[in-house]
Design a protein around this ligand. Sequence first.
Ligand SMILES: C[S@@+](CC[C@H](N)C(=O)[O-])C[C@H]1O[C@@H](n2cnc3c(N)ncnc32)[C@H](O)[C@@H]1O
Length: 680
Amino acid sequence: MTSTERQLQLEFHFSNTIEVDEAPSRAEGVAIDTRFPTEEANLLAERETFNKHLFRPNTYLHKWWARRSGTTFRYILKQLSDTSSGHDYYAIGGLQGKIILDPMIGGGTTIHEAIRLGASVIGYDIDPIPVLQAKATLTYIPLKEKTAIFKKFFERLEKILNPFFTTTCPRCNSNAETQFILYGLRKKCQCGEALFVDSLQLREEPDGSGIELCPYTGLPYQGTPPVVADQARRLIYDKNIRKCPTCGEVFQELRDELYVNRYAPLVIVGHCTQHKQFFKKPSEADIQHIEQARIYSAANICLPKNDLTVSGGPKSDDLLHKGISNYADLFTHRQLIYLAASKDILDTFEEKHQRWLGMIVSTSLEFNCLLCGYKGAGKRRPGAIRHVFSHHAYSFPYTALENNPVFSGNTSGTIGLLFRDRIRAASLWAEKPVERKHVHGTWTKVSLTGEHDWGIQTQSFDEIQTQAPTFLVMQQDSSHLPLPAASVDHVVTDPPYYDSVQYSDLAQFFRVWLRWFLPGEGNWDYSVANSAVAETTQNGAKYQQILAAIWSECHRVLKKPSGRLIFTFHHWRPEAWGHLTLSLKKAKFRLVTSYTIQSENPISVHIRQLQALKHDSILVLAPSESLSADNRFCLPEMKSTQDSFMFCNLCATILGYCLDSDLSEHEIIEFWHKSLGTES
Ligand SMILES: C[S@@+](CC[C@H](N)C(=O)[O-])C[C@H]1O[C@@H](n2cnc3c(N)ncnc32)[C@H](O)[C@@H]1O
């Protein structure tokens, strides 16, 4: 059959070869080939996507992007059990004696879920942060010990930082704690400088009243605005004002200033034991504290400046375009004191404690940096801080927010709260994991006594045992896996979704500090070019080539014929699927079946604004030689759909058809463009 004839066939009517839950078995019986409780799994996934870290507290020690749902991966892994009782989601274990590999661990969802089910797990990632996180969260350290260490750490930190974060209550003038400080962006025109904010509204009360910022005096006020002189010059503008109403000139940012100096303090938000939270204009003493911090950090802090250089990248270029060439420029002097003090105190602890403490300080930077914005005005009382990576990219606020990392109250990103949520709650959860269950219309919690979210660490494959859950996690470019052939039972993973998240590039923001805190814990200068991600829509070939190498290694290490490669994927664009298809074809995999599951929380910012897909295709593949040659996917019917579920379903079928076909590389890319209704 010529390619044109084959092409014509493409116009065929589409018969949905895969009944979502009932695909006929195609190979040596693995339950997931024909069985996946999609409805149940979706019910949990829909709930989990709203608050993933509450469902899996022990997997959220450090910021990582695009984590998958733990409940979905538990469902996937449960279908790899050899016993039907092992398939029951709420039964403990089910994978004893199995070795599960994740060559791209990221936030660690697979290895955490698999080790809880009794499997031994092998996990690799090209970036040291996922590896460090996995080691810190899968290593058992009694909570009592961690709490004692943290108490020491916090007391020393507080002693150093408190003097710089003390303020006074505007009502009773007694000493008070600074919760955070709001800054305005400085701009200039012929008339001089003015400050710009995202909004003059600081707080909206449910009754419609609120706290506003007076643009002439800079005073926060509730109700009647302060009296200002007639000719008073306006000092503060809303971000939408581009031209000076007096001189008519377009306001200019102060680009030749260091980023951190492009902002000026505007409002202190503090907490008085008697009068609770207050908003006030910084007093002389408050400004003094900022100046003292500058003097202190100049005299006492020696930062590894060269190691903090911003190197270009798909997202880091946004920093360079803003004239930010060093990561230290993103932090106020008080924040740099926080970093340096943390480093000094960390160095006094044992390595096993330095690891989780270092990760806590590192992840806190997403809330303790002058890239943070303010979103606390709304009457729904959302958390005050818009953290650095609320979008998978850098954004530059008008109203910047400097958090007090040792504030004693419940502000996100304070070191105390991070310990409570990401160490204390996580350790208690790892001891006795809790699942949710929908029973007669109500949600209940089910403790899985006997399961633990930790294991015994090993340094090499030879030490992997199967009688007790052990884990081997290493920083590795998985294009070369240090594992023997036919050594793992299954590969369960989730690769980068083409160009969706620039992991290696964005993670620089944390890596540069972790290299300082924990120099021996990773190869901090690995080549990000080896990351399986498309930096731009043009370099899909690189993405394909690296993934093909990783899948080929997975093919080599999988036990056959029962070994399965299972991963989640979604993308709107045909070239993403085209390159993924070619990477799997080159690695000699074929699709056994697929399931479609909700994976994203529809209201989260980076989903809602981008009309992004809300579902994942769960792709179940097997080495081609493990499948009988005659069972093939039928040609799918081409109908364009904007429905996320249908789209993921369709893409999985097209993938199955392409992997079974003998279409050429060019024809496969063409086929994807034609199938998804776009020109190649
Ligand atoms: C989507 S993430 C995994 C997310 C993870 N499944 C989770 O739920 O948290 C993909 C990971 O692949 C890693 N990666 C990319 N290229 C790699 C390579 N060549 N070798 C190993 N890991 C790689 C990235 O660093 C990233 O952490």
